[in-house]
Design a protein around this ligand. Structure first.
Ligand SMILES: CC(C)(COP(=O)(O)OP(=O)(O)OC[C@H]1O[C@@H](n2cnc3c(N)ncnc32)[C@H](O)[C@@H]1OP(=O)(O)O)[C@@H](O)C(=O)NCCC(=O)NCCS
Length: 340
């Protein structure tokens, strides 16, 4: 992934957290102990949110968000939630002050725009906020069972900045990087691991832009992965993308770690198989893969769909373990009371 770190330092207004220079993750918790002591003694001032709401700061409504997956316990962020609802995170404590969640996702730096590689400590805080607080809690549709893991420091991510705000991101498991700390297995191909666009900015082509960026930034790789399971929305994005970029149809696979051939399914072929019952004139309510695989393959060959996917595996890997859904033990969204 290319770096876009040459960001100008021309602030005309007060910088937001991502614009502050923080050299080490330890600095994030600087002053926490003193501050928490003042909260315990009742000396903390209430905070006023941008829309004017006043929130009292007490031990009851401060929690700790585990910030880095592979970090030691000191890497957490203090979060303030409303007294009524501990999932309603309204502010986080960074560099000695409370910042409303919306402000943590803003930048004063006009050159921070488009897709920018996550490099600095504060950029990683923004990535964390987007994946664990915005996607994980605040913009979470009811019944949604997809969660993103808390990212490790070694994971690569890009944040999409638009008009001074972080509106989405994607992360990549690099080829050769370890799948986890237990098995010693490493990824056999680059894998697009998570993609997110904030609700307000959806259906404006941003996920499409990120998928294009992922594919174009790996020109020498014959095969690219997207982490299993794809959400229905992401299937839609892939369908549109592969409809436009025919040359990528044989290159993009839905994969489970570590991404060997038995753990790959060609995305374009999957999409054709999902749509196939409609081509057959079957009911739209037919479940995906309702045609037998042999028959589907034969018909797809007839239609010329398999031509571009020579080494496609039709093996159904859907019964293997899910990668992320509901892996809440691994996320930072479980608020731990700061006083404990
Ligand atoms: C899935 C997601 C990333 C799509 O982001 P987006 O920026 O709205 O997508 P785009 O605007 O680039 O969509 C491009 C095309 O993909 C298809 N598409 C996008 N979202 C879709 C959805 N929810 N259902 C069906 N098709 C969809 C459409 O064809 C769309 O083109 P159109 O708007 O002209 O009809 C976003 O909805 C999201 O963040 N969802 C929650 C997290 C998630 O599911 N991540 C993927 C994990 S695998």
């Amino acid at each position: 992934m290319e770096s876009n770190s040459k960001l100008e330092n021309s602030f005309k207004v007060k910088p937001y957290p991502v614009d502050l220079h923080v050299r080490h993750y330890d600095e994030l918790s600087t002053g926490y102990d003193e501050y928490l002591s003042s909260v315990k003694s009742g000396g903390a001032l209430p905070i006023i949110l941008p829309h004017g709401e006043k929130v009292e700061v007490t031990c009851e409504n401060i929690g700790r968000l585990a910030f880095l997956r592979d970090a030691d316990l000191s890497h957490f962020i203090l979060a303030l939630h409303t007294p009524e609802d501990e999932t309603q995170v309204v502010a986080v404590y960074l560099q000695g002050e409370w910042w409303p969640v919306g402000d943590v996702l803003k930048t004063s730096n006009k050159s921070r725009r488009g897709l920018v590689l996550v490099e600095s400590v504060m950029e990683r805080v923004v990535l964390f906020m987007l994946s664990q607080v915005i996607f994980g809690i605040l913009e979470r549709p009811l019944g949604e069972d997809l969660y993103f893991s808390v990212y490790s420091m070694r994971e690569h991510g890009k944040i999409l900045w638009q008009n001074g705000e972080a509106v989405g991101f994607y992360t990549v498991k690099k080829k050769g990087s370890l799948c986890d700390s237990c098995t010693g297995q490493s990824y056999q191909l680059p894998v697009l691991d998570s993609v997110f666009v904030r609700s307000h900015w959806r259906r404006t082509g941003l996920a499409l832009q990120m998928l294009e960026d992922f594919c174009s930034s790996q020109p020498s790789e014959a095969v690219l992965g997207i982490s299993f399971p794809l959400s229905p929305g992401m299937y839609g994005v892939c369908k549109k993308f592969l409809g436009i970029h025919e040359e990528e149809r044989g290159r993009l696979y839905e994969v489970e770690a570590p991404g060997g051939w038995a753990q790959r399914r060609n995305v374009w072929l999957n999409i054709q198989l999902r749509d196939f019952p409609k081509h057959c004139g079957n009911s739209e309510q037919s479940p995906p893969y309702s045609c037998s695989q042999e028959r589907s393959e034969a018909n797809l060959e007839e239609e010329g769909i398999l031509q571009q996917c020579e080494s496609v595996s039709l093996k159904d890997t859907s019964s293997s373990g899910k990668k992320r859904p509901a892996d809440q033990t691994n996320t930072g969204t479980n608020l731990k009371k700061a006083r404990t």
